[in-house]
Each structure stands twice: as C-alpha cells, then as structure tokens.
Design a protein around this ligand. Structure first.
Ligand SMILES: [Zn+2]
Length: 184
C-alpha cells in the first residue's frame, strides 16, 4: 500500500500547485485531508470506512450546509480542495491492492489495475469489470476487516526522493509567507 510519505508528497504537490503564494494557512489546514483517510486503520475498517466514494463529498456537503446557514466565511474553493485531496488519496490507494469504494453498501474491493489489464489477473478481470479483492496475501482487501498490516512511513528510496522534492516544492511555493512567519 502507499506509504504515509507518498500520500504526504502527493498532498504537498497538490497544495503547491493549486493554492496561491500567500495561502500558507489554508495549505496547512488542508494538509491533513490528504492523509486522514488512513485513520480508518485505527477506527472502523481499513480501506473502507474512510476510503469510499461518499467520504469525498463530506467537505462539499459541509460547504452547502454552511452556505444555507449563511455562517461560512471560508471560500468555496478550499472545500473543493479538501474533497479533491480525499479523492486523490482514495484513487492512489485503489491502485495499490484496491479500496472498498462503495462501503458500507457494497463490500467489494476495486482496483483499477485489474481493469487496465496491468496485472495477470487483470487480463481476465477485464471481462467481469468488478473484481472482488486482490490476489495473494492481502486478505483484508477481499473482506473488509479491522485488522490490517501497519502502514509504512516510507517504503522505498524512490518514495523518499519524491517526498523530498514535494517538501522542497511546498517550501519554495510558500517561502515568502514562511520567512515572514519566522521573522514576525
Ligand atoms: Zn489510505
């Protein structure tokens, strides 16, 4: 599965490319949205409770609710970015052994790699379109269950390099705000 470091790197790249130079505070508030899906390895069912399609819409629903109540001073785009970060996490995980995209309604794991025929099983899976779980040892992906392997912080040298570049991109993007913060 993707390490915490890889999710962090994707999140940092996303924030650096979508936000404005002086949006450091929103960037720091949005940062956890790229990672928080993995909290379901502690609460609920991993790759299911916080890794489904419905979770992606939560920030948007909050946005609509706050608008109705006319209490929101937060810009719409930040809610949309929060949703996109949740979606990016789930999408990335889906390529690593699959996620329970329609949990709790359908207890099936979806892995796009099978559909693209990138794995041996995928070639035959193309005909069925929906593949229950993964082949091999990762049983938890086939049946949603709370016991899961530990999520690595960093799982390879390539991921470490990607993370370093992501951190660099993030700091360069918000360097003006960051240096102001240090000297204030
Ligand atoms: Zn995850």
């Amino acid at each position: 599965m993707p390490s915490i470091g890889l999710h962090l790197a994707v999140t940092l790249f996303f924030l650096a490319s979508c936000l404005k130079d002086d949006d450091l505070k929103p960037a720091l508030v949005l940062l956890p949205f790229g990672l928080l899906s993995d909290l379901d390895s502690f609460i609920g069912v991993h790759r299911a409770t916080l890794h489904n399609l419905f979770i992606i819409f939560v920030p948007l629903l909050i946005m609509i609710a706050l608008k109705r109540l006319k209490v929101s001073t937060i810009k719409d785009r930040y809610f949309i970015f929060a949703s996109l970060l949740l979606a990016a996490h789930i999408f990335l995980d889906a390529f690593y052994n699959g996620v329970f995209l329609f949990y709790p309604f359908i207890e099936k794991s979806y892995n796009p790699l099978f559909w693209f025929g990138l794995t041996e099983t995928g070639l035959s899976a193309l005909f069925t379109w929906v593949v229950p779980g993964n082949v091999g040892e990762l049983v938890y992906v086939i049946t949603p269950c709370p016991s899961v392997p530990e999520i690595p912080i960093i799982s390879s040298g390539i991921e470490l390099v990607i993370l370093i570049f992501a951190l660099l991109t993030f700091f360069l993007k918000f360097r003006v705000k960051l240096s102001k913060g240090l000297h204030a």
